[in-house]
Design a protein around this ligand. Structure first.
Ligand code: OFO
Length: 160
């Protein structure tokens, strides 16, 4: 599948996702919202898992891996809707990247990559759904008061 390092870019993008969500978690810790921070830390771990899934696939198919530099994520947010607006926006970009990889794999008749990428296609549906759900909930509760604390507690129960 690899065309001009596209799979290495995919690894980098997943690692950047982890870095971005960890930065958001750090911000929420600073705002005394441990539930939001917990949810984002679980998300960051999931992203590391995504990067490793691509890494291990490349090892299995014998592709050479040359890792790329990871950008610095933003550190300041207009909590809380801003965080989930940025999350949804970011996940949409990742979805586009995955779809581009699927197209490349199809053009190359690369069946192992097509099958591997199907997992990511499904995962991106889930990723966008989760971010949109939290964003819409935040808009509904207007980001203040007891409802925000309740949402914080709900997010704090995420398993991972
Ligand atoms: Fe890896 O799914 Fe989010 O970015």
């Amino acid at each position: 599948m690899d065309s001009e390092g596209s799979t290495e870019r995919a690894i980098k993008n997943e690692l950047y996702s982890a870095y971005l969500y960890l930065s958001m978690a750090a911000y929420c810790e600073g705002k005394n919202l441990p539930g939001f921070a917990h949810w984002l830390k679980v998300q960051a771990k999931e992203e590391l898992g995504h990067a490793m899934k691509i890494f291990e696939f490349m090892v299995d198919v014998g592709e050479q891996i040359i890792l790329k530099a990871i950008d610095q994520p933003p550190a300041n947010f207009s909590f809380p809707a801003d965080i989930f607006e940025k999350t949804l926006e970011h996940e949409k970009k990742i979805t586009t990247m995955i779809n581009n990889l699927v197209n490349l794999a199809r053009q190359a008749n690369d069946n192992p990559s097509i099958v591997m990428l199907q997992w990511f296609v499904n995962e991106q549906v889930e990723e966008e759904k989760n971010a949109a759900y939290i964003l819409e909930t935040l808009k509904t509760i207007k980001e203040t008061g007891p409802a925000l604390i309740m949402l914080d507690r709900e997010l704090g129960k995420r398993e991972g």
